[in-house]
Design a protein around this ligand. Structure first.
Ligand code: FAD
Length: 332
């Protein structure tokens, strides 16, 4: 499929009041791969959230934004959300509809593909246009060891999801928009799945995938209580604590703290890996961090191969010292 000057539809993700960073990533990725394409957005929101969200969308560099407001969007349902997106794709007929590869958006993308029959490429890490102008999505396989270049064959419309935190948002994604068009939508009453309740994370901490600084611990931490050492360091530098799967499997941290292939993909400014060996399934989730600092007592640990700074030593000595020195600097 060639995008040329064709129409692209971007699914705008938000938390009710703020547009998520991953939407900017989608815009950046699409504009880079297909500079001549006409890039539009779709916003699903409850009526009370519309004004605030639209004022944020105005800063984005979109041609037009289709807005559907409905109280049913207060609770996520992939069927309702996919049907709402379909009401716009039916009318706009975009060559490509693009979602972020977050849980809710990728579920919506899959449901949309099944409802429209459009081909779907899931979990891409970048988009490209080949020499012949064909749109290509790059999808990692075997835990990132191989990158498959996937294109739509004989398709006039496709759906693609892009992993969050793999694209550096560039300045051009903050421009001006926008023409808004309100689209009427009546949700179906007979969805096969009914969401009864959504329980929000009570910790209110910053989501790992949005954090600027992450202090992560692995099996080397040794116990649930020992994570206190990392929490102290994280508190000193305004960071968030993450974990390897070994630490999560041991029951020391919740699954939402897990970084890696089967956890979260993160892209912080600083990632401090403590007692983590650097297995590929872990590094695939954090290797794009701007600065990686590793603390490990094994000088041969794999994590040192991707670290910008490595400290060979016992984390129970190194991490408290780091925290104490940082506190001194902050208070100086
Ligand atoms: C399909 C699949 C999916 C997976 N998904 C993920 C994933 O999403 N995320 C993930 O993390 N893993 C994932 N894994 C698991 C992965 O393969 C590794 O087993 C895991 O990452 C290892 O965690 P770790 O580094 O904490 O533990 P280990 O590999 O056991 O490493 C512990 C490290 O701590 C160091 N250490 C010990 N004591 C200290 C000390 N006192 N001070 C300093 N250093 C110390 C050791 O030298 C060692 O390097 C997955 C595996 C599979 C098969």
């Amino acid at each position: 499929m060639k995008l040329d000057s064709k129409t692209v539809l971007i699914y705008v993700e938000h938390d009710g009041t703020k547009i998520k960073k991953n939407t900017l990533e989608l815009i950046t990725a699409v504009k880079k791969a297909a500079p001549a394409a006409e890039v539009n957005g779709i916003l699903l929101c409850v009526p009370a959230g519309r004004a605030k969200l639209c004022s944020e969308i105005e800063k984005l560099n979109l041609k037009k934004v289709f807005v559907i407001e409905n109280n049913s969007f207060s609770m996520f349902s992939k069927e309702t959300f996919a049907l709402a997106v379909k009401s716009v794709t039916d009318k706009l007929n975009p060559a490509l509809t693009v979602f972020s590869h977050t849980t809710n958006s990728s579920e919506t993308a899959k449901m949309l593909a099944s409802r429209t029959g459009a081909a779907l490429i899931c979990d891409s890490i970048s988009f490209a246009a080949y020499e012949d102008g064909e749109f290509v999505a790059v999808h990692p396989v075997y835990a990132g060891k191989i990158r498959a270049h996937v294109k739509f064959e004989n398709q006039s419309c496709g759906i693609v999801t892009l992993r969050p935190n793999v694209v550096e948002v560039c300045e051009s994604a903050s421009g001006s928009c926008s023409e808004f068009e309100t689209v009427e939508f009546a949700p179906q009453a007979d969805n096969a799945v009914k969401i009864l309740n959504i329980i929000a994370d009570a910790s209110k901490k910053i989501d790992l995938s949005e954090a600027d600084i992450i202090v992560a611990g692995g099996r080397g931490i040794g116990s649930k209580d020992n994570f206190k050492v990392l929490e102290d360091l994280a508190a000193a530098i305004n960071g968030v604590v993450g974990a390897s799967r070994a630490a999560v499997d041991a029951g020391w941290r919740e699954h939402h703290d897990q970084v890696g292939q089967t956890g979260k993909i993160v892209n912080p400014k600083i990632y401090i890996a403590c007692g983590i060996s650097g297995a590929i399934q872990h590094t695939v989730g954090m290797q794009t961090a701007k600065c990686i600092i590793a603390v490990n007592k094994d000088p041969e640990a794999n994590i040192f191969k991707i670290a910008d700074y490595g400290i060979v030593g016992d984390l129970f000595q190194v991490v408290p010292e780091l925290a104490s020195e940082i506190k001194k600097l902050i208070n100086a």
